[in-house]
Ligand binder design. Structure first.
Ligand SMILES: [Zn+2]
Ligand SMILES: [Zn+2]
Length: 285
């Protein structure tokens, strides 16, 4: 049975596998269409596309843009976008720099708390990926200050903890606009982050729709059957499209696999044509 997966991370952001390795995993999971959606970068797309040729897997250009909506970090997925668009790349670069800027501040706070680690330790772990808190967490694990990712975040890195430093993020309306200006479709990632109840979420999505949001990530690794059906109904009633994917990261989320999520993720292939048609229409206009 063939599958699709439109939410995947590689070493170009905080995933632990290269785009080529992600593509191989996709092939093993019988994925025929995938989107690489690294955080705030599209730099892995070329490698993914080249590797996918061998397996005849289609790669949709994708991205996951960090933003905030009413003070809460909110992620917007972009699909079918012209990732070579200069303006779009400038926005992403500024966004990556803002991620960079807070890393030394976090390290400084950790040092003050008596934990010994340097900026070089963190960049060594990040490699060519866009640097983020998971890389600091990895250093804390390697140095045996914490046992795992969860502990690193709950003790030091999550909002409200001792070493947390907020990031300056663009407004969600800007993130949506950047994606659309690059000819892409904007979809709200993991909607349960945004609001807890479906009714509250519907109100939020209506607002985001006014900013140009076109889709919602209905199918997602951690969604229950009930959530999936509630989100699908809400999405349809708002006249939006559905997207879906595993949010595979590799080692930092070991229970999530490419294509199948925690085992029972099933992203319907039918959503693909709707997205494709919409993107084509946008290109013609
Ligand atoms: Zn996300
Ligand atoms: Zn993601």
């Amino acid at each position: 049975m063939s599958r699709i997966d439109l939410h995947l991370h590689s070493t170009y952001s905080d995933g632990s596998f290269s785009p080529t390795e992600v593509v191989r995993k996709a092939h093993r999971s019988q994925v025929t269409t995938l989107a690489l959606t690294d955080h705030d970068t599209t730099d892995g797309i070329v490698e993914a596309t080249e590797s996918a040729r061998e397996y005849q897997i289609e790669v949709i250009p994708g991205v996951e843009v960090s933003s905030h909506y009413k003070g809460k970090e909110t992620h917007i997925l972009g699909y079918f976008l012209d990732y070579r668009n200069v303006q779009f790349q400038q926005h992403l670069e500024a966004l990556r720099n803002s991620r960079h800027e807070r890393i030394p501040k976090i390290i400084q706070r950790l040092n003050t708390l008596g934990l010994s680690l340097s900026y070089e330790d963190v960049t060594a772990v990040a490699g060519h990926g866009s640097i983020g808190r998971p890389h600091i967490a990895q250093v804390l694990i390697d140095k045996q200050y914490v046992r795992n990712m969860n502990e690193a975040f709950s003790q030091y890195l999550a909002e409200g903890t001792a070493a947390y430093v907020a990031r300056t993020l663009p407004d969600v309306a800007d993130a949506i606009r950047w994606i659309q200006n690059a000819g892409g479709i904007a979809s709200l990632a993991h909607p349960s982050w945004v609001r807890n109840t479906v009714e509250e979420l519907r109100i939020a999505c209506k607002e985001l729709q006014a900013f140009g949001l076109q889709a919602i990530e209905v199918y997602y690794s951690s969604h229950s059957t009930r959530q999936t059906s509630d989100y699908l109904n809400m999405t349809r009633s708002l006249g939006l499209m559905a997207t879906g994917g595993s949010d595979f990261h590799g080692k930092s989320k070991p229970d999530i696999e490419v294509g199948v999520g925690k085992g029972n993720l099933k992203v319907p292939k039918s959503i693909l044509e709707e997205l494709r048609n919409c993107a084509e229409k946008a290109r013609k206009n």
